[in-house]
Each structure stands twice: as C-alpha cells, then as structure tokens.
Design a protein around this ligand. Sequence first.
Ligand code: A3P
Length: 340
Amino acid sequence: AQVELEVDSVLTGEEEDESLLLSMSSSSNKLQTREGWWTTFVLYHGCCMDRQAATSVSLARAQFVPRDDDALLATYPKCGTTWLKALAFAVANRFRHRVIVDGAGAGAGDHPLLTQSPHDLVPFIELPFRHNHPVAALDAIPSPRLLGTHMPHHLLPPRANELGCRIVYLCREPKDVVVSTWHFMNKVIDGFSIDFDKAFELFVDGCSPFGPIWNHCLGYWNKHVEELDRIIFLKYDDMMADPAGHVKKLAEFLRVPFTDDEVDAGVVEEVVRLCSFAKLSRLPVNSSGVVDRSSGRPMENSVFFRKGEVGDWKDYLTEEMAKKLDAVIEEKLKGSGLTF
Ligand code: A3P
C-alpha cells in the first residue's frame, strides 16, 4: 500500500533526519516503495523517486544554504529545464556576456552558452551523488545565483521560502511529458526495458520521477497564487508560442528588464535565437559533448535535446490513452484554476 502525504505537509526536523538516514541506506525498506520505471521507487514525503534521487534531495535539504537573492528555476523533469536554464542564464548575464557582438547575433562572440551545457551554467541544487560533489561548489557561486531544481515545492530547503527566494516554475502538457520522459530514460538508464504502454500506466498512476506530476505542478501553482510576485508560473507550450514575450517576462521577474534600446536593437530576439532548440542542439557541446556531473556516470549532453515540439504525444498515445490521462489531470487539478 502506498501512503500519499499532503502536498504541503510540514516536515519537522525529526522527520527529515529520519528520512535522510532512510534514503541514504539502500538496504532500508522503511520508506514506502512502489514499482518504478527502471528500479523500485520510494515515496519520499509523498514524492515518487528512485533511492538515489531521495538521497540527493535529502542532502540538498540538509546542506544547501539559500541566499535571499537566489533565483530557483524549478521544473518537473522533461518540461523544458534545459531551455529555461539557457534563457535565464542569457537574460541574467547579458551585461557580462553580450548576445549581440559587433552587430552580429546568436553564434557570434564567445558566449558561454556556445561552449557549455545550460546544466553546467545553472547547476541543480540536488545532484545524484551530491555527497561526492559537496554543496560547497554551490556556495562558491557569486550572488545573485541561478540554480535549478526538480524538487517539489514542499521539499525545497525550508530556508529558501523563509528568505523569499524567487522561483521560476516551468511545466508542460503532461502527455508530452510522459513521451519525453520515456525517451529520456531509454537513453540514460542502462538496461531500461519497459515499453511505452507500461511507462504510461505508471505515469497515470502517479508513479514517475518526482511524480505525481499533478502534485508537483499544484504545489508550485498554489504558492504562485499566494505569492504572485515571488513565484512565476510558466508553461512550455505557451513559451513555444511566444518565446519573446516570455523572455521579457523572465527578465522583469529576474529584475533585469530589457530597456527600450535593447528591445529596439533586437536583443530579445537574439536571446530567443541563441537558446532555441535549433541553435543549442547543433552546438558541438550539446550534440557530442559528454559531462560527468555525478561521479562516474558520464552523460551525453545530447540526451537533453530530442525534438522540442508541442504535441509530439500524438505519435505515441492512442485516443483512449490521451482521454485517460486528460481525465486524471482534470480531476486532480479540479478547483485549482490550473489547466493544461
Ligand atoms: P522532447 O523530448 O519532447 O523533445 P528537460 O530539459 O526538462 O530535460 O526537457 C527536455 C525536453 O525539452 C525535450 O523535449 C527536449 O527536446 C526539449 N528541449 C531541450 N532544449 C530545448 C530548447 N532549447 N527549446 C525547446 N525545447 C527544448
């Protein structure tokens, strides 16, 4: 039997200590477990994840020291994290790293996004094997920091909310998320063997990395509604429809709004172009680069780029499957004001 904790349940210090210990021990059977996508998943304070992720989250909660001027880029996995990291980095650092150099745009000059993965420019707070990558690495980043996380809102390090850290949340149409997740796991997990239909059933049942997806979205959505100025809520599909509008919105939220001169000079469009799927996915660093971000598990950066399209689910879900997932999402989000 699984135990669903309230999305916003308050975690006491005692619980946290216990969870840290439990998730650190791979032989522990005290956490609720479920059949997962490639290994057994645990329910860590109501959030589904593999044990390694639970360990990472525990360590991040215990060790990460937030600053009041941190901006957290929070996403459910496969909702466009890589894109959001690139956009936020380009926007926030455009005075140091210009996107238009000598009249030329994306691709000119030595912008860091041309040679480094967005995941290395905006690191995750929780990393697999974070114990081998001390959080001191995050402490060394000068303020104001841009940091990524897949943690649900109720598992964010408590001080982050107390200090009023700003949060950019990005979600995506769940049908596209399940397709993207299945492809991603196929690429990165050795011996991954479940077919798409099985993965879909697990996803609909609330079992997916950092799932259920509806709890993840609702946790941030509810906080966004309470604190509109502190938490901005974005959707991948809307960003695809109007990237320039979202880049401006992002810049305002990050307190670096575009000036009229910048808009006239086309800086917004150049940020969009620099961070576009077409541009980023073809750069050598992202098409053939390999980075070991978690001690001993080198990963090809190309795994973060597949199609980058809205509505790709139509090639994978039958009408019946689509209706089933839509119905679950509608039911779970009922009354919240959030829709996909
Ligand atoms: P698809 O698998 O549907 O193609 P994440 O970055 O959260 O892991 O999400 C990965 C998804 O975002 C993948 O979706 C990937 O192709 C897409 N993506 C990556 N970079 C992108 C970009 N610059 N613009 C739009 N989508 C992008």
